[in-house]
Ligand binder design. Sequence first.
Ligand SMILES: Cc1cc2nc3c(=O)[nH]c(=O)nc-3n(C[C@H](O)[C@H](O)[C@H](O)COP(=O)(O)O)c2cc1C
Length: 220
Amino acid sequence: MAAPEKDEIDLAAQETVREARTRTAPLDDNALDMMFNANRSFNGWKDDPVSDDQLKQIYDLMKQCPTSANSCPLRIKFIRSDEAKEILGPVVMERNRAKTLQAPVTAILGFDHDFYQHFGTLTPHRPTEMKERMEANPEMVPWWANLNGALQAAYFMMAVRAVDLDVGPMQGVDKPGMDALYWSGTKVKTAFIVSIGRGDESTIFKKLPRFEFEDICELL
Ligand SMILES: Cc1cc2nc3c(=O)[nH]c(=O)nc-3n(C[C@H](O)[C@H](O)[C@H](O)COP(=O)(O)O)c2cc1C
């Protein structure tokens, strides 16, 4: 099969990757510890504030990662001010409340079940095709929203770690209550919340076991 024709924008994108690959290398052990091996889910926070610039940087990293047909269904509310925390408190389950309110920032992550309205912007080369497909097959919508929303939520947490901040993810929240408070008039559904800041090491629990490669991977 002949390679599809490339326009100037495709060629510029290819050049961006080629150039970046002249500068990049596998992460070193320190970076791998920060992103994966030594990092943990935190239950308490140091006082260090989280700036607007850091939140923007986290978003700008997260948004680059892939979703099906570039559907990008994740929506985020960042809770940082005392007033916003006062509203958040009652819709966080008791066992998660104190640590959430103590965090410098908590992100409420929601998945937009109306994501397919934005394909005109997100897939300009095929502006109507995906929208029509979702409208003809509405059972695809929650599946796409949840799969791609969860992917973006995971990218989000890794982006937080990439800027050397820590995460405390929690789904112990009143989801219908949060939907009413934060996503009223939309089709966004609350997924979970992620506290962000410099984690207090004294608040982590013992590390739970993980499956080994041999336990759950098969090389065929
Ligand atoms: C989607 C999600 C929901 C979670 N919900 C809660 C929660 O409600 N309360 C809580 O204390 N921890 C919660 N956790 C934290 C997990 O228990 C924790 O990430 C997991 O045990 C791994 O811990 P580690 O990263 O410290 O190794 C949640 C984590 C994720 C990713």
